[in-house]
Design a binder for this molecule. Structure first.
Ligand SMILES: [Zn+2]
Ligand SMILES: [Zn+2]
Length: 238
């Protein structure tokens, strides 16, 4: 077994999920990235809209979800880790993010009894090209951690949307209207909605709206990365 493991390790050496440096088995980050990564200070964000408390939009906008959290801000070493996971297809990235997302869920949503997990769907053609939907993978990892079912195929994505890069926040919410549909009812269920990155919250909001229409009692969101500062200034993601 030891020899077998040695061969596996030689063939698939364990790499830092952020920079790709070789690291010890069982670790996710090299020492440098571990120092550099910036966890979200959950005390400094509004856990309803997911923005920094000073940028909270709960008074000016009605969100369909009951909460939005993430372990990391959408920048630096964590952002690099997400790109590496999505575009270099590193499976350890899914495990790393899911583990950290689970910690945030346990901290903020600890008195919520979830019935299951839903993920933000990807357009079928896009998914075919990428080979996977990272939100679905993250949902599957979270399902293993929490022992909750994943509502597979509940949401689907109807249209390919225009790129949202540099789109003002209002436009993003408009651009995404009618994008998602539900395929069955989940009457009375409280669900955890999963995505890779939340920027303006437009995807989460539109999915949550559809889930409520499908009978969900409540929808709480978790993503790997979150933009907590300026409204819609960041590029990349939803
Ligand atoms: Zn590193
Ligand atoms: Zn808020």
């Amino acid at each position: 077994m030891r020899a077998f493991n040695a061969v596996i390790n030689a063939l698939f050496p364990n790499k830092c999920v952020s920079c790709g440096a070789l690291i010890n088995d069982g670790d996710y980050l090299c020492e440098y990235c571990f120092e550099m990564i910036e966890p979200v200070d959950l005390l400094k964000i509004c856990t309803h809209c997911g923005l920094a408390k000073k940028n909270c939009q709960c008074k000016s906008r009605v969100f369909h979800f009951g909460g939005s959290i993430a372990p990391f801000e959408n920048k630096g070493a964590a952002q690099q880790a997400m790109y590496r996971y999505k575009f270099k297809r590193t499976p350890s990235g899914a495990k790393f993010f899911a583990k950290e997302m689970a910690k945030a869920v346990r901290t903020v949503y600890n008195d919520i009894a979830f019935d299951g997990i839903v993920y933000v769907p990807m357009h079928p053609l896009k998914q075919l090209r990428r080979g996977f939907n990272q939100s679905q993978q993250l949902a599957n990892e979270l399902s293993k951690i929490f022992g909750l079912k994943v509502y597979d195929g509940l949401l689907s994505c109807k249209y390919r949307r225009k790129s949202q890069h540099n789109m003002p926040i209002k436009e993003r919410f408009k651009n995404i209207k009618g994008m998602y549909i539900t395929n069955y009812k989940i009457t009375g269920k409280t669900v955890l909605l999963v995505d890779d990155i939340k920027t303006t919250g437009a995807s989460f909001d539109e999915c949550a709206k559809q889930l409520l229409l499908a009978g969900a009692n409540n929808v709480y969101c978790v993503s790997g990365l979150i933009t907590v500062a300026e409204k819609g200034k960041k590029k990349n993601g939803n």
